[in-house]
Each structure stands twice: as structure tokens, then as C-alpha cells.
Design a protein around this ligand. Sequence first.
Ligand SMILES: Cc1cc2nc3c(=O)[nH]c(=O)nc-3n(C[C@H](O)[C@H](O)[C@H](O)COP(=O)(O)OP(=O)(O)OC[C@H]3O[C@@H](n4cnc5c(N)ncnc54)[C@H](O)[C@@H]3O)c2cc1C
Ligand code: SF4
Length: 490
Amino acid sequence: MGKITGFMEYERMETQYRPIRERISDYFDLTMPADYETIICQSARCMNCGVSFCHSGIVVDGGPIGCPLGNLIPEINDLVYNGDIEGAYDRMSLTHPFPEFTSRVCPALCEGSCVLGEHEPPVTVKNIERYVIDYMLENNKIHPRTPRIRTGKKVAVVGSGPAGLACADMLNRLGNLVTVFERADTPGGLLMYGIPNMKLEKSVVMNRIRIMIEENINFVTNSEVGFDVPIIKLMNDFDAVVLCCGAANERKLDVPGANLKGVHTAMEFLSESTKGLIGAGRAKNAGLNAHGKNVVVVGGGDTGTDCVATSIRQGAKSVIQLEILPSPPENRAEENPWPLWPRIKRTEYGQHEAIELFGADPRRFSTTVQEINGSRHVSSVTTVDVEWIGREGRMAPCPLPGTEREIEADLVLSAMGFIGPERGLIDQLQLDIGPGGCVMTNDDYESNLLTVFAAGDMRTGPSLVVWALSEGRNAAIACDRYLNGRGIMI
Ligand SMILES: Cc1cc2nc3c(=O)[nH]c(=O)nc-3n(C[C@H](O)[C@H](O)[C@H](O)COP(=O)(O)OP(=O)(O)OC[C@H]3O[C@@H](n4cnc5c(N)ncnc54)[C@H](O)[C@@H]3O)c2cc1C
Ligand code: SF4
């Protein structure tokens, strides 16, 4: 433990953001990384409590507690407090393949269950992680790690999101020869074409891909398995196949007018924005842009917030965000005690930007779309308030007559989440599926088909980067155990 009285001496320092008017004029990182002195004080706040839920990574009552990767957080904090940043990175790398991603986009499940957080604001674990990995990257201290001995086994990983990347990284470290197949033009999955640049700069993703290529991992892009590359060929050419194809089946708007021009999914909009930024191929939705438009975002979650923030950067005239659920409470409810993840109302970066620019929170809670109006192109949206009532043991939204309102709209973005994985490969392979159409596996990530494994959102349903990393890593260890008869943790 770095400093016994640290948690009594120092206040939590929140993530610092660039001024709103400055950051909305570009797509660069939203945040201002903390300096060394701040990080030392913040790491001193860790109490090394001895019952550190922060790294437990378990699911209780349907909700996660602590870091799914099992990061050794109190030890990392102690090393940082003592100025040993490289030692902290070494400790972090024992469990974490890519801290540069999570230290930017993770909701920090660890902080929700920090013991200090029971009575005081929790330790800023995520910002400490950011300081450590940025120090290592900026000082060129992250070098390709190639295994000394190769097993002679070949594995195909399908999909290059965080699950696929973590899986490829671990399989390669264990000595297997890995080829990653990706249907997009650039690897990274939602790290590349989902999460916007201001949350995760694409140069950070590309840098990691470069390191992985130097580690002899082979990336084949523009290659959809099951379409461009027959899956049977992969099963013949490789000793095992790990499917990490995500859960890209978006929930679509199902109201009159949903087929009008100007109605798009969040992923069409966000991926087009990133492609424009990095100059990648943009044939399908080229020109899709919020500039000068009244934008209605349907969905109050993180993807919706990313649409709000991207619309603002593109110069939208107005942005409204509809959320069918009621506003969460300001503080933890009684049935949501520590150390469960706090389900409270959060005003995120996109909403702060809308408040600064348009003078009001863009969110309208307990509200949904009744109809999208226009002749060929959308011109407005009719919304209606809903009340949540119990029906057959479940809560369901019930429209309240007389609460209809019309909002001007030139662009409607549906950000209502994902209903599960796409069916193409699953049907071709006749894989067993479970709830939400996700691939069913045993505890060793093995599907019902010999040599075919699955991990990430494709197995769990839509989740988080940190869960996808943990899935990919664990699937790699299980696959290696299957191929080489060992269960190595490194
Ligand atoms: C807009 C948005 C913002 C998000 N923001 C955050 C955030 O801030 N923090 C956070 O923790 N999580 C966030 N998430 C969730 C997170 O990105 C996902 O949980 C995570 O990326 C899932 O990882 P994955 O590897 O399982 O799948 P994905 O990242 O979806 O990757 C799957 C990859 O497989 C490829 N693929 C699919 N089928 C084939 C095929 N047949 N052949 C070849 N390739 C194929 C796809 O092209 C894709 O590249 C966000 C999600 C979205 C949509
Ligand atoms: S990966 Fe996320 S949950 Fe794990 S230590 Fe980092 S910020 Fe916390």
C-alpha cells in the first residue's frame, strides 16, 4: 500500500475534458490526460483494502462487479505510487492485452465496486491505467513480443474487434500461428468503425494492429468469411477457428415512415463519419452527414450519445435524443447497493456538449417515436410519452394519449441497441444458439462443432470492450488447451 493515509488526504480528481467549444470543432480526444503529480496522489488514495472487489470480475444479480480482466489493481496502484510506471505496466500486462483501449472507453466497472467508493468517491483506476499505458507508448517502451517456440498449430480468428484481437494476441503469444479474417477494410471492429474518434482515436487502434503485425499475426481484410472465404476452407486449412464476429444485428425502427429517406441506423452514421475522417472507402452511405440538419436520435444509451456528439461536430442545427425508459435515479436505489455497478443517471460528453450549444439537455425520457413524417424524405417525427406498466409479470411501455408532439427532423438516427449476432455464418455452420441468438458454447468456448470456438459479443450478446477482451483472451487459452493439451496462463 503506497500511502496509508492517502485516501483521507486527497480528493478524487475526475477526468478532465477539453473545453466544449474547443473540442466540438474537431474529432480529437475529448479528454486531457492527467499529469504525473496528479496520478501519484490518485494512486495514493488506493487503500489496498484486502477485500478488493475492484479486480474480481464476477457477475452478481445479472450485473458485473469489478474488472472482467481481473486486473491486479491494488498492486498496480502501489507500483504507480512508488514511481515504478514500467513495473505497473508489467503487472497490468499479466491480465490485460490492450490497456490503451479500455483506459479511454471503459466505463470502469472496477470503480463501481471500489471499497473506498462505499463511503467516498472511488479511486480513479481508469485514469491511472491511462497514465501508465500512455507513458509506455509515448516513450516507445511497448515492443512486439514474438514467441520463442512455435507449436506448429494454425488458428483462424474471424472478426477483428476487441475479442478477435485479444484472442489473436494470446494465441500468438502461446506459439500458435494466427490469421485474422475481417470483412471491413481495416481491422478493429467497433473499436474502429463504431466508437467515435473523439473517444478512441483511430491512430491508437492502428498502432496496436501494427505491433500485432510485427508479432507475425496475419490480418486478411475485405474478407467476409462465409461469403468471400468459404468457412469450410477455413476449417480445412486451420487446426481451429475462433468466431469473434460481434453482435451487429441492429434493432430497427418499426413505425410508419421508417423507410423514408433520411432515416438511418446509428452504425451507418457513425461508421460513415469515421470513414470520412480516416479516408477509407465510403461507397454505401457517402454524404450521410448532419450538417445544418435537425437531428432526432432514437435511443438514450451510449451509442445514441455518440450520435449526438458526432452530429454536433458535423454542425447539426439541433439535436434531440429520445429515450423510452424513465430517467434513472440521481443516486443508487436501495436495490442497487455497492459493490454492484451503480445504475444512476449520467450526463455524458455528448449531452454536456448539447447543453452548452443549444442550452438544454437533448434527452427526453419516457418518450418514443410514434411516426416519422414526410413525403419522400423525413420532415418531422411524432413523439409520444410512455408510462411503464406491469403486464404479465413484465414492465411494458404504454403510450399516453394526448402527449403526442411533432419535432422537426431532417435526419433520424436509430440507436436502439443490437438484437444479437448476424445469422449468416451461424446458419451455414448450423451452430447451436441460445438467448438473443448468441452462439452457445460450453465453458471452454467450444461450439457444438468440433474445432469451432466462439467469443465476444457473438457469444454473450452486446456488451463492453473490456468483456470482449476478457472473452477473447479466455477463448484463446481454451483453444490452445484443446490444440496443444496444456492450460497456460502468462
Ligand atoms: C457506437 C458504439 C459505441 C460503443 N462504445 C463503447 C464504449 O465506449 N465502451 C465500451 O466498453 N464498449 C462500447 N461499445 C461496445 C463494444 O464496442 C462492443 O461490446 C465490442 O466491440 C464487442 O467486441 P467484439 O470483438 O465481440 O465484436 P465487434 O467489435 O463487433 O467486432 C466484430 C468484427 O467481426 C467482423 N465480422 C463479422 N462477421 C464477419 C465475417 N463473416 N467475416 C469476417 N469478419 C466478420 C466485423 O466486421 C467486426 O469487425 C460500443 C458499441 C457501439 C456500437
Ligand atoms: S479495464 Fe476497465 S474495469 Fe478493468 S481496470 Fe481498466 S478501467 Fe477498470
